[in-house]
Design a protein around this ligand. Structure first.
Ligand code: 5RP
Length: 230
């Protein structure tokens, strides 16, 4: 199964790289599927001499892009991007997303929202009928506020955990120096309303609901979801 999902991610990455045109300024997301997209992008840069500038969304994407010699830029130099390609943790039939398993949701959301188009790449395990049924919703919080934010999320109906990770003791610290709360809602029927409610809690930096942001999603081998009104 794992092998099949890896192949699906690669197929999605190869489909998305066809959207790249010479001279584009790209937003580049984070995660294992995006790592495959960066490989595919590097091949096009090398073999077709396509010229692009990339705005990364994490230290992971900075390091991967730089290792291939793909030039980096920032939202200061390029506040409007042509295209962003990113992965997702859950994708619903309206192309709303949960993102942030890799902890990069805040920069990912800023970059995607600065982009004329967002293309999502994922394997088929990420498709859900309703957001929240499989994955917790990641929420980036100011460290001193994690407990008070967690209590307010419980009142909204979530089971909440402070994210811990490998490589250090204590909680995961994001690329922006914050903590991540993983909030498991039974299901998220109104993602826009929940996104706004969570972002209104003092101490919340951003949450991983990406509502009406993606234009097209390539899911595994050959499945394409497209949002009609964009
Ligand atoms: C990181 C993300 C990733 O895009 C998401 O977790 C998907 O990752 P993968 O492609 O490894 O399944 O949101 O913050």
């Amino acid at each position: 199964m794992r092998m099949v999902l890896e192949e699906e991610k690669k197929a999605a990455a190869l489909a998305a790289v066809k959207h790249v045109r010479d001279g584009m300024v790209l937003g580049v997301g984070s995660g294992s599927t995006v790592a495959m997209f960066i490989e595919a992008l590097a091949s096009r840069v090398r073999e077709e001499e396509v010229e692009v500038l990339c705005v990364p969304t994490s230290y992971q994407s900075v390091i991967l892009l730089a290792s291939h010699g793909i030039p980096l830029t920032s939202l200061v130099e390029h506040p409007t991007l042509d295209l962003t390609v990113d992965g997702a943790d859950e994708i619903d039939p309206n192309l709303n997303l949960i993102k942030g398993r890799g902890g990069a949701l805040t920069q990912e959301k800023i970059v995607a929202s600065s982009s004329k188009e967002m293309v999502v790449i994922a394997d088929s395990s990420k498709l859900v009928e309703v957001l929240g049924v499989k994955m917790p919703l990641p929420i980036e919080v100011i460290p001193i506020a994690w407990k008070t934010v967690a209590k307010k999320l419980v009142r909204l109906g979530a089971k909440v955990e402070l994210r811990y990770g490998g490589g250090k003791v204590g909680p995961v610290v994001t690329d922006n120096g914050n903590f991540i709360l993983d909030a498991k809602f039974p299901r998220i029927d109104q993602p826009k309303t929940l996104e706004e409610k969570i972002n209104n809690i003092p101490g919340v930096i951003e949450n991983g609901l990406f509502v009406e942001m993606a234009k097209i999603a390539y899911i595994g081998r050959g499945k394409v979801l497209e949002r009609k009104q964009y």
